[in-house]
Design a protein around this ligand. Sequence first.
Ligand code: KG4
Ligand code: ZN
Length: 389
Amino acid sequence: MKLLALETSCDETALAVFEFHSEKEFTILSEQLNSQIDIHQEYGGVFPAVAKREHTKNLYPLLIAALEESSLLTKRKETTDMPQELLDIVSKLLERDPDNLELLVRFYEQYEMPHIDVLAVTYGPGLEMALWTGFNFARALSLLLNAELVPTNHMEGHMYASLISQDESGVFTILDPGFPNLNLLISGGHTELVIADSEHAYKKIGQTLDDAVGEAYDKSARLIGIPYPGGPQISKFADEYRTAHSTVEIELPRPMLHTKNYDFSFSGLKTAVLTLVDKQREITDTFRRELSFELEESIAEVLIKKTKNAIHEYGPTSLIIGGGVSANNHLREKFTELCKQEGVQLFLSPKKYTGDNAVMIGIAGYRRFINKKYPNDTERVTGRLSLED
Ligand code: KG4
Ligand code: ZN
C-alpha cells in the first residue's frame, strides 16, 4: 500500500512517500523537505503570507522529486488531455493558485498517474494561509491519483513520530505505547498534556495559557540577539554552561510550578528575560550562556513537575513526548530520569523527526486510515484544530 504525505502547516514544505507492508510496518521511499527558516529569519518569526508564497512555490517541485525518488514517475507514451469533468473540479480547487493548477494539468498530460492509495495531508493546527496551500493542492492531487484523502492533525503527527523504531534493513515499526498513555506536546505553537485512553481518543488535561515552550525559547533568544528559531542555539549555549558550571547567578521564575492543575504559562519568562537584558550594559556570550542555562532549567523544572503530577494522578503506562522542542538534550535527559524513577516507558522521536516533517503526517494519517477514523468530508483547514476534535 502506497501513501503520499504532505505537510505545510508552518515554515516547512514537506512531502514523503511510504510503502506500508502491514498495519504497523513501513518503508520510506522518499522524504522531501524545504525549510523556509532563512527567509523568515529576516522577519524574526514566521510571516504567514511569505509562508504561503513559499509553500506554493515548493509543492510541485517537491512532488516531482518525491515521485522520482520513489520510482513512481513514468512518462506517458502519448500526452493525454485531462477529462473535462476532472479539469472543472481541479480548477475550482486551485482557483487561487493558478500556477500549481497549470503544473498539475501538465503533470496529468505528461505522466502516467502513479499508483498511490492514500494521500495524508495536514489540515490543522497551524497557520491557516499555509495550511490552505497544501490542503487544496492535496485535494486536487488526490483526484488526479484517485487516492483516498486523509486530513491529518499535525500534533497527532508529532506523537506518532515518537512511536517508531527502524531496523538495520531500514524497515520502520510503529510501536505500541499501551493505554492509557500520557502525551507531552512541546512545539512552537503548543504546550499540552494529553491523556490517550485508546488510539486517537484524546483528553487534554492541561495546556499553556499564553506562550508555548518553543515561543519562550524563540522570544527569549531574540531578546539576546539570537535569530529565529532560537531554540537550538539557546539549548547549545545552555549545554556549554552546564558542562562548565554548577551554580548560577541569574534567576528566572518557574511560572505556575505550584498550581494544582496541568496548565502552563511561559510568557512571564520572556518578560523576566527582558528585565535582565535591560540591566545589562553589554550582551556578551558569557551572559547569553548563563541566561540560556537558567531559562532551560526553569522550563525543564516546570515541565517535569507537571508531567510527574499527571503520572501520579493518571497512572499511564507510558509517556510520549512530541514536537520540535523535544529535540532538546536537557529535556530528553531529564525525562529519561523521570520515567526511570516512575517506572513508566518513555517514547521520544528520533532527532531527525522531532521538527516538522511529512513522515510524521504519513504515519498518523495511515493509522487513521487503517482505523477508519478520519473526516472524509472535510473541505476546510482548521488553524486551531484540537486533538479532541
Ligand atoms: O514542532 P516544530 O518544529 O514546529 C511547530 O509545530 O511549532 O517546533 C518548533 C520549535 C521552535 O520554537 C524551535 O525553537 C524549537 O521547536 N526547538 C527547540 C530545539 N529545537 C527546536 N527548542 C529547544 N531546544 C531545541 N534543541
Ligand atoms: Zn510542529
